[in-house]
Design a protein. Structure first.
Length: 122
């Protein structure tokens, strides 16, 4: 968000310095139970004219009691950058995309086995 241009009643998205398009942040969570808590979530910045809309939970996943929405990020780029200064420097990453779309579980999703959920790309 552009905190200088926003008001309590109206939030204004930040603008991409290169394209001038709005920058929208989408929170993403990794559902793999083996992933450490600190690495489970991140934000993907989507540079697009319109605010991205996360699709609803597919009925096949809802029937399994899952509430996460699988998506594909279009034009995803991972940009490394140096975070910190002095002795506390570490490599960090920024995730940017041009859009997102939902993913439909394939017919075999219910019998996929522990930790595996097949999806088609459509």
């Amino acid at each position: 968000m552009d905190f200088e241009a926003s008001t309590p009643d109206r939030q204004v998205p930040a603008r991409d310095k290169t394209t001038g398009l709005p920058v929208w942040q989408v929170p993403v969570m990794d559902g793999d139970p083996s992933v450490k808590v600190a690495a489970k979530s991140l934000a993907v910045k989507i540079i697009a004219v319109d605010e991205p809309v996360v699709p609803p939970v597919p009925p096949a996943l809802e029937a399994l009691g899952l509430s996460m929405v699988p998506v594909v990020f279009e034009g995803l780029a991972v940009v490394p950058w140096i975070n910190g200064s002095g002795d506390r420097v570490r490599l960090a990453y920024s995730y940017r995309a041009s859009g997102l779309r939902g993913v439909v579980p394939s017919a075999g999703a219910a019998g996929a086995g522990k930790g595996k959920m097949p999806f088609n790309g459509e």
